[in-house]
Write a new protein. Structure first.
Length: 127
């Protein structure tokens, strides 16, 4: 029962973080076109347009820094899944020729529910 409650709370924190991230992007002139895009390859939290560039965005939300910054948890294995899913998305949309990038938004939510947001553009090294 306790694990179920923890899982529900974790998902709620994640959804809240994605909402904060979408609002943050909107204020900066990006247009969110997909949330939680899923394929058999994986999932992408947010897909946005920054002018003509397609941005595939991983959102990591934390309530504390006990396990480090959220961006630190987007390791190579997760990056590979996001990249595969992004290529699938581009193919489905016939956007093979569009510019694209991979971003990470790391959010730390304090006890009052206020977010501290770090936005890393082109976050995947060597890609």
């Amino acid at each position: 029962m306790l694990n179920k409650i923890k899982d529900i709370l974790r998902k709620k924190v994640g959804v809240t973080g994605e909402d904060f991230a979408a609002a943050y992007l909107l204020k900066r002139g990006l247009r969110v076109i997909e949330k939680n895009f899923r394929s058999r390859c994986g999932e992408i939290d947010l897909i946005a347009l920054d002018r003509d560039t397609v941005c595939f965005i991983e959102v990591k939300t934390r309530r504390s820094l006990a396990f480090g910054e959220g961006s630190e948890s987007v390791l190579r294995n997760k990056q590979r899944k996001i990249i595969k899913t992004a290529f699938y998305y581009l193919k489905c949309k016939n956007w093979d020729e569009r510019d694209f990038r991979f971003d990470v938004i790391s959010i730390l939510v304090n006890d009052f529910g206020e977010p501290q947001i770090e936005y890393l553009k082109d976050a995947f090294e060597g890609f």
